[in-house]
Design a protein around this ligand. Structure first.
Ligand code: PRT
Ligand code: ZN
Length: 286
């Protein structure tokens, strides 16, 4: 039988949709019957398992699945022996301590002896231990934010993305203890034939991730500014330069990193670039 790589993704929830979209962007096609817990891709040696996110590290560690996509927060909390093979850049959030808005918060020491509700007892315990603080950690599995208002805890430690849940529960974020995003994990010591499939998959994933980080740009540049503009946008190897019908001008094509996009665009305009077009990139292979 041909080797197949087994990928565990969240069945439903915040990670589910983007994880599957990612697989599609890697050119992998499959059909899914929602009643079934697994499916096989048509055009890539991949089997998809649909599981609860909390179970994924355990299944990957034990070899039920070979790889998985989960929040780094879950990986850090569960402390299973698996390898982090790629940061996927989506579902970014932070694990934070929050206290009632109307209370004082002079600093971390004020949590000493306090009752803190969380679904992340290990991460919280380790963070507090590093700060020399001992608190009464109360583990609950959901609706952590309501714990202070019902008298169950003095503070909470929960995931935050926009902060609106904390706000609407009368809480304020006071300590960020962990920053998270979706990550791909793999079983340690994968069999060589499975590792080869994972390498192919990672090659595709990196092309998708890189494309998200860059934009393709086209612009018209006066010939005497070309050197200056090339210095601003070196491109993947070097920019493409084509003369325009209007002598004295050239068209220049290159890529810009999303992170410093506006700064580079400003500098390009100062250097005399005009008619700048910016186009999204679907895949980027080096
Ligand atoms: O059913 P299953 O166990 O598979 O899913 P789950 O309910 O345990 O997880 P799910 O789907 O809620 O989240 C999956 C992963 O998404 C988490 O492990 C994080 O890595 C990531 N993620 C990103 C988040 C958030 N952002 C997030 N905002 N997970 C949860 N939240 C919750 C948070 O707990 C709080 O209740 O959203 C609320 C806060 O959001 P804001 O925007 O109001 O700050
Ligand atoms: Zn979960």
């Amino acid at each position: 039988m041909e080797p197949v790589l087994r990928l565990a993704v969240q069945k439903s929830g915040r990670l589910a949709e983007r994880s599957l979209e990612f697989i599609k962007e890697c050119g992998i096609a499959y059909s899914r019957n929602k009643a079934k817990l697994k499916t096989t891709a048509y055009n890539f040696p991949l089997e998809l398992l649909f599981l609860r996110d909390d179970d994924i590290p355990k299944y990957v560690a034990s070899g039920v699945a070979d790889i998985g996509i989960i929040g780094e927060n879950v990986l850090a909390e569960k402390e299973q022996s698996v390898e982090l093979v790629e940061r996927m850049g989506f579902s970014k959030c932070r694990l934070s301590v929050a206290v009632p808005q109307n209370g004082e918060y002079p600093g971390i020491q004020s949590l000493e002896g306090k009752k803190i509700a969380t679904s992340y007892p290990n991460l919280l315990k380790n963070f507090l231990a590093k700060q020399g603080v001992t608190a009464d950690i109360h583990e609950i599995s959901g609706s952590v934010e309501i714990a202070p208002s019902i008298g169950l805890a003095d503070a909470v430690c929960d995931l935050v993305s926009t902060g609106s849940t904390l706000l609407s529960n009368g809480l304020k974020e006071v300590e960020v203890i962990f920053r998270s995003e979706a990550v791909m994990i793999a079983q340690q010591n994968l069999a060589p034939e499975k590792q080869a499939i994972l390498d192919d998959l990672l090659f595709r994933i990196k092309a998708v991730l890189r494309a998200e980080d860059y934009k393709y740009v086209l612009m018209n540049v006066p010939n005497d500014s070309i050197d200056q503009v090339v210095g601003l946008i070196p491109g993947m190897k070097s920019p493409t330069i084509t003369p325009l019908a209007d002598s004295g001008w050239s068209s220049l094509h290159s890529v810009i990193k999303e992170d410093d996009f506006w700064e580079v665009i400003d500098n390009l305009r100062k250097a005399g670039a005009q008619g700048i077009l910016v186009v999204p990139i679907e895949k980027m292979i080096l």
